[in-house]
Design a protein around this ligand. Structure first.
Ligand code: AKB
Length: 316
């Protein structure tokens, strides 16, 4: 039976991954940590929770040792737009947190997961069906962190034998915890605004394609990769995964099938648009499919149907 430590457990991925892993492995076998305590007392009661600043190496080690964990899922990080606004903080938190978590995994012999991102690519990367192994010269601090993180995780595997694994996530869409400070966040906000206001003003320009994935597919990808036969993994820390390549008009059209009066307007934010323009239009996930059987169940239409139904129940 696994005993898992999660950092960033109150974030967009963490809040759903924690619940999913508790269902899978038992509530007491998943130690949730975050820099803040949960507001919601249900979250606290659902299983063990510890306050943790991931830049504090000793605190992380002590919590991992106390709970005798054998797996670390390191999610705490600043996303692309926030990292661009606060580059030094992003370096210190994204890289400092990662190296601390890897050190704990090395010292305690833990299996290790951390997500990379489509942000690890840059303007000189092939834009369409971006290959698994290709040019990575990102021009954002987030991208610099993600490429460095991919390399660092590979290093800990080759040098110290730590069982590191990871994926390059596209924009993740969910109705549970909103993301914060990302470039792909428009694709979440649009659903909330469709329900509450019937209209949305996009900060990303018409015609800007980026990869996206619905959260249930992202959670399944993490669990499948962590359980995959290691002898089959040629890559380890940066598998391209995706479910769809879409632009704002595609999302609007899929919403209009269910809410015909929905309207989409644009007020482009030059900072987030520049980040989006430096990322791929679509990525090739064939290595993930071949090496550990990655599949995505939700396409745009299926995701939109579920997002709107879930949000209606929550917001109205
Ligand atoms: C972001 O937009 O920063 C993230 C990502 C694609 O890594 N959602």
């Amino acid at each position: 039976m696994k005993k898992i430590l999660i950092t960033g457990a109150l974030g967009q991925i963490g809040s759903e991954l924690t619940a999913r892993l508790r269902d899978e492995y038992g509530a007491n076998n998943v130690i949730a940590t975050d820099i803040k305590m949960p507001q919601d007392s249900d979250v606290l009661q659902a299983g063990p929770f510890e306050k943790l600043d991931v830049t504090d190496a000793k605190a992380m080690f002590d919590i991992a040792k106390k709970h005798q964990v054998d797996t670390i899922m390191h999610l705490a990080a600043l996303l692309s737009a926030t990292a661009e606004a606060k580059p030094l903080l992003a370096w210190n938190l994204n890289m400092g947190g990662l190296v601390n978590a890897l050190e704990v995994a090395r010292e305690l012999g833990c299996q290790f997961f951390t997500p990379s991102s489509i942000g690890a690519f840059g303007p000189s990367t092939p834009k369409d069906q971006t290959p698994q192994d290709t040019i990575q010269r990102p021009t954002t601090m987030y991208g610099v962190n993600k490429v460095s993180g991919e390399l660092l995780c590979d290093y800990y595997f080759h040098k110290f034998g730590v069982d590191t694994r990871g994926v390059r996530f596209p924009g993740l869409i969910s109705y549970v915890t909103p993301p914060g400070g990302g470039t792909t966040d428009y694709a979440v906000e649009i659903y909330y605004k469709a329900i509450t206001d019937g209209t949305y003003t996009s900060y990303i320009a018409k015609g800007t394609y980026m990869d996206m994935m619905y959260m249930p597919d992202a959670l399944k990808a993490i669990i499948t990769l962590m359980e995959a036969d290691p002898s089959k993994l040629k890559h380890r820390n940066a598998f391209n995964v995706t479910a769809m390549s879409i632009e704002p008009e595609d999302v609007a059209r899929s919403i209009q099938k269910l809410i015909p009066s929905f309207t989409l307007k644009y007020e482009v934010d030059p900072v987030r648009q520049a980040i989006a323009d430096s990322w791929p239009n679509s990525i090739d996930a064939s290595a993930a499919r071949e090496e550990w059987g990655f599949t995505a169940e939700y396409d745009l239409e299926k995701m939109t149907k579920d997002m709107l139904a879930q949000l209606k129940g929550r917001l109205l």
